[in-house]
Design a protein around this ligand. Structure first.
Ligand code: PGA
Length: 248
């Protein structure tokens, strides 16, 4: 059985005062039936880890460098994320792929660095609207998956997030049929790469998930949770999504 995962990506949002949202979130879910994950900006990681204490809420980074250390001004290594309290790291988010030119090979190298340090990678794939309209969605996400997975992956090392670029931050989520098609395809591709081990890999949906559509999305086969941006920033918005996943 795959343990469902409700993940929040705070992106470039969050100051010290926002730690109160984490206090509220863990108070609302003292014993969550699903795995909860928040990926704050790196500046908040270690203080958020203190706030979380021994609550099972996990923390993650939003990116890491592929190198273990060195002359990489502004970058953060996988070991630094672990040191600050992270268990996970988001890799290959479309905003990284677009704004920082990250290729599948770069994402793969980062996933291997993350694994070396014991971090679980949340590897993001997803098509633009133009790619969808050109009928390229499955081919594209299949190529992103194949190129971004670390060598010899095991299920405990990776989570895949399907995030159509056109659905991120737009309020425009795909239809259930569109999500089901891509998640079913990704499951088959993951098993083609990993064999039966691929049954254990969680596939998250991300892009305009909110309280109002979460239950419908979580009812789709092969949706094992969500990667949530805007609606993860407050406990008030994220908590009902966690509850919807618990009830799915
Ligand atoms: P959104 O972002 O929930 O704000 O659409 C999702 C993401 O980019 O992970």
């Amino acid at each position: 059985m795959r343990h469902k995962l409700a993940a929040g990506n705070w992106k470039m949002n969050g100051l010290s005062g926002d730690l109160a949202e984490i206090e509220a979130l863990i108070a609302a879910h003292p014993a969550p039936k699903v795995e909860m994950l928040i990926c704050p900006p790196a500046t908040l990681l270690s203080r958020m880890a203190d706030t979380v204490g021994d609550h099972p809420l996990h923390l993650g980074g939003q990116d890491c460098h592929a190198a273990p250390d060195g002359a990489n001004t502004g970058d953060i290594s996988a070991a630094m994320l672990v040191d600050a309290g992270a268990r996970y790291v988001i890799l290959g988010h479309s905003e990284r792929r677009t704004d920082h030119g990250e290729t599948d090979a770069v994402v793969k190298a980062k996933a291997e660095a993350a694994r070396t340090e014991g971090l679980v990678s949340v590897i993001c794939v997803g098509e633009t609207l133009a790619e969808r309209e050109a009928g390229e969605t499955l081919g594209l996400v299949g190529r992103q998956l194949a190129g971004s997975l670390p060598d010899a992956p095991i299920a405990a090392d990776v989570v895949i997030a399907y995030e159509p670029v056109w659905a991120i931050g737009t309020g425009k989520a795909p239809t259930s049929d569109q999500i089901a098609e891509v998640h079913g395809f990704l499951r088959a591709e993951i098993k083609r790469h990993m064999g039966v081990e691929g049954d254990g890999v969680r596939i998250l949906y991300g892009g305009s998930v909110k309280a109002g559509n979460a239950a419908e999305i979580f009812a789709i086969p092969d949706v094992d949770g969500a990667l949530v941006g805007g609606a993860s920033l407050t406990a008030g918005d994220f908590s009902p999504i966690v509850t919807a996943l618990e009830n799915a």
